[in-house]
Design a protein around this ligand. Sequence first.
Ligand SMILES: NC(=O)c1ccc[n+]([C@@H]2O[C@H](COP(=O)([O-])OP(=O)(O)OC[C@H]3O[C@@H](n4cnc5c(N)ncnc54)[C@H](OP(=O)(O)O)[C@@H]3O)[C@@H](O)[C@H]2O)c1
Length: 334
Amino acid sequence: MNNFQVKLAARPKGMVQKSDFSFERNPRPEAGPGQVLVKILYASLDPAMRGWMNEGDTYIPAIRLGDVVRAGIVGKVISSQHPDFPVGTYITGPLGIQEYAVSDGRNITKINPALAPLSNFLGILGIAGLTAYFAFLGVGKPQAGETVVVSGAAGAVGTVVGQLALLKGCRVVGIAGGPDKCAHLVQNLGFDAAIDYKNEDLSARLKETCPQGVDIYFDNVGGEILDTTLLHVNQKARIVACGAISQYNSTQPYGLKNYFVIITKRVRLEGMIVIDYARQYGEGILQMAQWMQEGKLKTYEHIDQGIEGFYETFMRLFTGDKLGKLILQIAEEE
Ligand SMILES: NC(=O)c1ccc[n+]([C@@H]2O[C@H](COP(=O)([O-])OP(=O)(O)OC[C@H]3O[C@@H](n4cnc5c(N)ncnc54)[C@H](OP(=O)(O)O)[C@@H]3O)[C@@H](O)[C@H]2O)c1
């Protein structure tokens, strides 16, 4: 019995290379006393994984060289010596890019497959959706009638932020790469407007699509898009600093030129890390599952099959060649 595993072989310099990983077939582990053996079905591919590959700890420890690449997964318990997780239990947790993993139960959580399709627990009902929920509602504090701009708008977090903003009665403008993603945001998700940052003049389009100025900017990308959007914010605007994917592979970080706007416009720019809300995850999942069932929230996923294709799928995060939440299916659901 084999266990295919993807391990970190080298710390990427700039853009991630395939040679930064090793692809190994190792013996399948077994559950010992107090442990479970999990068959991994889906893995979540997240921009944050790129940061964990760097030297040095951030809000969580870096992945050690030679370790399995850390990733959130959904899996099924197939052998158990743990009373809380009998065989057949579906779980989620950071068990990494591999076919099987052993857990002592402390880093996994049960999920209810009756609530939604299993892959949704890595997307809208997983870290991405929970980030959108707690960051936008908790940090952004939207009020009906306000103008919200979200970057990375056609991605896992951005798609949910935009829909939550609509639910709260805001005017919503998304920033995304390419005409197809922009059309999707307006036609399928009901955004008021979308800006194609790859082909349009961002500043001119922000002026045009946000005639009352920007009250909340939900930033998933950082860099030049953040800098340009700063020029369009209103007095007392809130900027939710959620991510900075434009910088994750950069060897020369972008320096903000319009920083002074934060002072003159009395802007509140606040960073957030979703794990700070871990105790409230259950509440967020139930609320969003209810909104999904009521047809108020839609979800889009790009699912690639096969652990061997990990690198090619992971790269979609940086090329943008995907819509919604990026997921790698590692095994078939039975
Ligand atoms: N703070 C937290 O706790 C937390 C938790 C989860 C995620 N995040 C952050 O939230 C952000 C979104 O995460 P996600 O999971 O929803 O990823 P995602 O948006 O589903 O995927 C990444 C998207 O980023 C866009 N992108 C890639 N390179 C870019 C660049 N140079 N400039 C502008 N856009 C670029 C691409 O879309 P286009 O085709 O539109 O370019 C790509 O599809 C990331 O920065 C992530 O690190 C933070």
